[in-house]
Structures are given as C-alpha cells and as structure tokens.
Design a binder for this molecule. Sequence first.
Ligand SMILES: NC(=O)c1ccc[n+]([C@@H]2O[C@H](COP(=O)([O-])OP(=O)(O)OC[C@H]3O[C@@H](n4cnc5c(N)ncnc54)[C@H](O)[C@@H]3O)[C@@H](O)[C@H]2O)c1
Length: 344
Amino acid sequence: MKVLVLGGDGYLGWPTALHLSQVGHEVAVVDNFARRGYDFEMGVDSLVPIESLQTRAAVWQELTGQSIGVYIGDLCDAEFTYRTVRDFAPDAIVHYAEQRAAPYSMVDRKHAVYTQTNNVVGNLNVLYAIAEINPEIHLVKLGTMGEYGTPNIDIEEGWLEVEHKGRKDRVMFPKRPGSFYHLSKVHDSHNIEFACRIWGLRATDLNQGVVYGQQTPETAMDDRLATRFDYDAVFGTVLNRFVIQAVLGKPLTIYGTGGQTRGFIEVRDTVRCIQLACENPADRGEFRVFNQITEFMSLRQVADTIVSASTSRTLGSRRRTTTTTSCTLVSSSLGSSRICCRTP
Ligand SMILES: NC(=O)c1ccc[n+]([C@@H]2O[C@H](COP(=O)([O-])OP(=O)(O)OC[C@H]3O[C@@H](n4cnc5c(N)ncnc54)[C@H](O)[C@@H]3O)[C@@H](O)[C@H]2O)c1
C-alpha cells in the first residue's frame, strides 16, 4: 500500500518510514524541518548526529533499492498539503508532524500560540485534504497518553460509557492534560472524531506512552540512517536525560517524589504498531482509539532501572572501559529526591 508519513524527518517519523518501506509499502515523507529549527532556537541538538532528509533517503535507496519520496513543506499551508496528497495519492497517512514538546509549548504566549496553531491547523488541513481528495484514505494519527492527564479513575481507550440521571451514552473520555501542547492533541482528537462523524472519514488515534530507544533494525543498517536522541531539558524525555546523567556519572534528577507513573513504549514497538494500524484500517466513519504502552513505571523505578543497567554495562565502546557507579537515594528537605551516582 502507499503510505504518506507526515513529520518523516522526526524522531519517530523517520524510523517509521524505513520500517514501512522495508516491509514492502510504497512510502513518501513530508516535513518542513520545524524540528531542526527548534534546535537552533533553543541551542540544543540530537546527541546522535543526523543527516539531511535528502541524504537519508538517498542512503536508503543505495542500500535497499527502495525509494522514499520526499515532500518538503508546511502542513499549515493548505495548498501544499492538498498538492502533496493529490500527487502521492496515499492509501494511508501517518501523522506525526506536530510540535511535540510540552516544555516548549509552555515557554510563553508565543510558543503556546505557535504550538496550537501549528498542530491544530496542520491537522485540520490534513482532514480537509482527505475529505475533498479521497475520503477512503485512512488517517493514523499519533496522539499521546499525556492527553488523558492523570485522572483518579481508570483510563479507557478513547471512549467512556456513561450513565447519568438514568440515561446512557458513549462519550469521548474526558481529558485533562497538563500543557498547551497536550491540549493541542486533545483538540486534534476532537476534530478527527468530528470529521469521521460528519464526513465518514476513517481514522485511528494512537495514544502512545513516552517512546524510548534510538535504534530499529533499519536505522542500524548505516550510521547515516540514524534517528535523533534528544536529552536536553526541552525535547529530551526524562528517560533519555536519566541515561545521559548515568553515563556521565551525574546524579539522576527526579522532580517531586518520583512517584509520578507514566506509560512507556520502545521505538521498535512504535513502528510495528503503525504498520499494524495501516494494514488494518478503521471502517468508514469510524474513529478508532488505541492506548499503546509496553509498561508503566514510576520515575523512581525508571531511575532505579537505569542506575542498575549503568552499573552492570560496559560504557564507552571506543575506549572499552567499564564505568561503575555507586548510587544512593538522596531526599532533600524541599521534598525533591535524587538518585546520586558516583563514579569511584
Ligand atoms: N516522542 C515520543 O515520546 C512520543 C510519544 C507519544 C506520541 N508522540 C507523538 O508522535 C509525534 C512525533 O513525535 P516525535 O518525537 O517524532 O517528534 P519530532 O519533533 O522529532 O518529529 C515531528 C516532525 O514533524 C515536523 N513538523 C512539525 N510541524 C510540521 C508542519 N507544520 N509541517 C510539516 N512538518 C512538521 C518536524 O519538523 C519534525 O521533523 C508527535 O505528534 C508526538 O506528539 C511522540
């Protein structure tokens, strides 16, 4: 089948494009390089160097003989979005192309407005392009578990059966996220559900946990196919930051009690989930929601896991030295605690 991957230059979009191409699908990617722009703006960069999108696509073709089409442009530009969907004529669109950092969206008014405009308008343009060009196209949209927030009731998959004053209904699960970024994804989910209901579109909303891992079998084929590894305070996930702190022998910084529990999923599972969703489309008019998590862990458990891995692994493959760290849990009077790892 033909799959268009929006945000194909990003952390998840690129390995997804490679995986879908590897299993035999015809793939094209779309990106406006906004993510590379945020790096310049914030003075940060991926730890693992990444090649230009054009070089990555050329290397893939050189190694496998498979081509990945590249469309460069902004989804907020409706003409570009329509032109791309018409030209590639996909069976499925995988939509990763959003500003995805909660801290970035909370910097100030400008960053909040940018995040919501970019994400909500881009997604709306995609919905309109599908509705007007080919409503058979299956939209696979990346949501996040963060959309739900941390309610005091079990989180369902998108929908909730409610009985109120003697009458029953099935409503979208009430969401109470913790950032303007997460709210933009909630708005997207509502817009997609509405488009399925009124235009009969078919969509799958995948609420994935925090994704970790930096390699898939395809990216491991050549250094030039690598995807990003972000460890800074804005784009790095807590897990990536802990890994870097452990490798450097620095204290692992846990904010709060460390009891905050989050869902996690490995990048190789992410790309396989996307493949499954594409190959098994939602029905016309169906807004399908899946929560995708491999395991739940508290921040303290994440830190403990990384600390025990860092004490038993050989670090620094070039120098082939073993760094052992001794770790203790330190609680401060302010209620924050840190796991301190010291290299002897
Ligand atoms: N990384 C995670 O842990 C995680 C977890 C759950 C869900 N998600 C979701 O998956 C998606 C991708 O995440 P990621 O970590 O790969 O992010 P990323 O920032 O690495 O990739 C997103 C890509 O989209 C592009 N983009 C952004 N706005 C665009 C626009 N208007 N037009 C064209 N391209 C645009 C960026 O340049 C970037 O290359 C996001 O929507 C995110 O919410 C990510």
